[in-house]
Design a protein around this ligand. Structure first.
Ligand code: PEP
Length: 255
């Protein structure tokens, strides 16, 4: 059975103290629950840039991995305030979230820009958690499947079969992020199955069986079990509920 992947996206929350305190608490839990750590899931935490280095040091040698929330689409240069893939690699970061709807909406990240970011990330051997999702308008007009297909065709599907190994897909209906609204569980399963089928048509069964497709959008300690029960849901990307240690631990346990 595939290991479930639980990803915490802390966004622009948590200062130095909150970050280090949370991670130490998480490690303490894992020290008590060795079985969970060894056998069941992979945990990825995405703190803010200033705390990536210390976070990586804290989780060194454990089953917890650290991800950046973004990279610039160039490797270096006169881009004041930006952070590059090369910089992240130099402090031992191996994962990055790309395509989050907040980046697409507030920072105008188009599929074209995201493709550039994908190239830079792959060139620097970063694993990519790639977010895709439909708007409420698309969902209301039954355009969610075509929207997702388009997002994949303009980004990831330009990659080679070898490069696909470096991706985790996060299906996040935009209208469900941070709103407390969630799709029906069977609808999530249907979309995940659709995404897997698109991968199968493009790259073959081996790749489509292997790729992790996680769900994101208002996951809580109360609804997570139902999401994780769905056949094609390989884990979760958690925003708000990952900021509360008890809720986040419940979500990990449920997976
Ligand atoms: C997210 O930001 O990716 C997310 C899923 O947030 P939330 O869990 O708060 O909806």
């Amino acid at each position: 059975m595939k290991k479930k992947i639980i990803i915490a996206n802390w966004k622009m929350n948590y200062n130095f103290y909150d970050t280090t305190h949370f991670l130490r608490h998480l490690l303490k839990f894992f020290n008590h629950e060795k079985e969970i750590e060894k056998n069941h899931q992979k945990i990825i935490i995405a703190p803010s840039y200033p705390f990536l280095h210390i976070s990586n040091q804290i989780v060194q040698g454990t089953n917890i991995h650290i991800a950046a929330q973004n990279i610039h689409d160039m490797e270096k240069g006169s881009y004041t305030g930006e952070v590059s893939a090369i910089m992240l690699k130099s402090i031992g970061i191996n994962n990055v979230i790309l395509g989050h709807s907040e980046r697409r909406t507030y920072f105008n990240e188009t599929n074209k820009i995201l493709l550039e970011k994908i190239y830079i990330a792959l060139k620097n051997r970063l694993k990519i958690i790639f977010c895709i999702g439909e708007t409420l308008n698309e969902r209301n007009n039954n355009k969610q499947f075509i929207s997702i297909q388009k997002q994949l065709e303009q980004t990831i599907f330009i990659c080679s079969v070898k490069e696909i190994e470096n991706f985790i897909i996060a299906y996040e209906p935009i209208w469900a992020i941070g709103t407390g609204e969630v799709p029906y569980y069977h609808e999530v399963q249907k979309m995940h199955n659709h995404i897997r089928l698109l991968f199968k048509n493009k790259y073959g069964k081996f790749v489509s069986d292997k790729i992790h497709i996680v769900y994101g959008g208002s996951i809580t300690e109360l609804n997570c079990k139902e999401f994780f029960k769905q056949k094609d849901v390989d884990g979760g990307l958690v925003g708000n509920s990952s900021l509360n240690i008890n809720k986040f631990l419940s979500i990990i346990k449920a997976s």
